[in-house]
Design a protein around this ligand. Structure first.
Ligand SMILES: Nc1ncnc2c1ncn2[C@@H]1O[C@H](COP(=O)(O)OP(=O)(O)OP(=O)(O)O)[C@@H](O)[C@H]1O
Length: 340
């Protein structure tokens, strides 16, 4: 994965396991990611692939019962230091300063971000006073400016309103305004538009892209929707059962993907302007629970190309097949070597 002086976040061999009665659930099992300045990294995969747990671990908001291993290195511009977020105490001062400061998060459900009993303005003020300025007048100006930037009509009035008084779309905008008011280096967006109708979704995605252009914030965008990936991402990590199966730039994802799982996801995606009779192929079967998984490729049980004795013998590494393009599949790896 590209890692250079532009890299601001690096996740190395991240593992998040939960001890359950049924066995060890490996929600995330050896994930590497890298995020550069001004980059949008899309993370895509079916439900249960480990997208949320991966990104929640960056902010250390996973349950205390989770066992976390690996490194999450933030190259902090604020302190000029490399900080391993994986080793910070979960509710310590350092991570609390980073949460909502250098790294902000937005969710599918804005009510998760807001408390119902405080006004939008007060909640945003609290964030700004904690992370940007101690001056109340200046903080209020920053809050109003953020509300204006996300296209909120009548920001002065919105300032004094409670979250439930806003429409769904406006709440989503308010949540983005709150996340950006602290001027974060990184914004993590976990399915922020999934609950919105198509028009609102397009508006919110455009808004995020515009704000990113303006502020230079890097974004990690989680979705199960490849259409959204196309709209938002520079690079993409395709996840399945706690592992990155393919990692590449967005053009290569749509025009030169190699992993059978990525190809299956692409075939299951309705494409705009496609012939009406184009058949969509759902991926057969369900994502298994990641407990007591057999050796070998995680996608083995659902892969149409799977070869017994080849794909299920040993764990498969993520292999670089070209600059910036990584694939976790022995068949692709063999073909690639043979082709040289
Ligand atoms: N607190 C928890 N305790 C036990 N298992 C968990 C916990 N949180 C998540 N998991 C399991 O970890 C795996 C990954 O979950 P995660 O929510 O990260 O997937 P996801 O790709 O984000 O899915 P979705 O798109 O549905 O949010 C799943 O098998 C899930 O059941």
């Amino acid at each position: 994965m590209i890692s250079d002086e532009q890299t601001i976040l690096e996740v190395k061999d991240l593992k998040i396991h939960f001890k359950l009665h049924e066995g060890l659930l490996k929600a995330v099992d050896g994930v590497d990611l890298s995020l550069r300045k001004k980059e949008t990294l899309g993370i895509v995969g079916e439900s249960g692939s480990g997208k949320s747990v991966t990104t929640q671990s960056i902010l250390r908001i996973i349950p205390q019962t989770a066992h976390l291993e690996g490194e999450i290195i933030l190259r902090s511009e604020e302190t000029g230091k490399n900080i391993n977020l994986a080793t910070l105490p979960m509710n310590g001062k350092e991570i609390r300063k980073i949460r909502g400061g250098e790294i902000s998060m937005i969710f599918q459900e804005p009510m998760k971000a807001f408390s119902p009993v405080h006004t939008i303005g007060n909640q945003m003020m609290e964030t700004v006073l904690l992370h940007r300025t101690k001056d109340k007048n200046e903080a209020k100006e920053i809050v109003l400016q953020s509300l204006r930037e996300v296209g909120m009509s009548n920001p002065e009035q919105r300032f004094d309103e409670y979250p439930h008084q806003l429409s769904g779309g406006m709440r989503q905008r308010a949540m983005i305004a709150m996340a950006l008011a602290s001027n974060p280096a990184i914004l993590i967006a976990d399915e922020p538009t999934t609950a919105l109708d198509v028009t609102l979704q397009a508006q919110v995605l455009e808004l995020m892209n515009n704000l990113k252009e303006k502020t230079g914030t890097s974004i990690i965008f989680i979705t199960h929707d490849l259409g959204v990936i196309a709209e938002m991402s520079d690079n993409v990590a395709v996840m399945y059962l706690g592992q990155v199966m393919e990692y590449t730039d967005v053009d290569t994802l749509f025009h030169g993907a190699k992993h059978p799982y990525t190809l299956a996801l692409l075939k299951s995606m309705p494409s705009v302007g496609a012939a009406e009779n184009k058949r969509l192929e759902a991926i057969e079967g369900n994502v298994p629970t990641p407990i007591n998984l057999p050796k070998g490729c995680r996608f083995f049980s659902r892969c149409k190309l799977a070869q017994d004795g080849v794909c299920n013998v040993q764990d498969i590494p993520l292999v670089k097949i070209e600059d910036g393009h990584y694939v976790r599949c022995v068949l692709v790896d063999e073909k690639n070597r043979g082709g040289r």
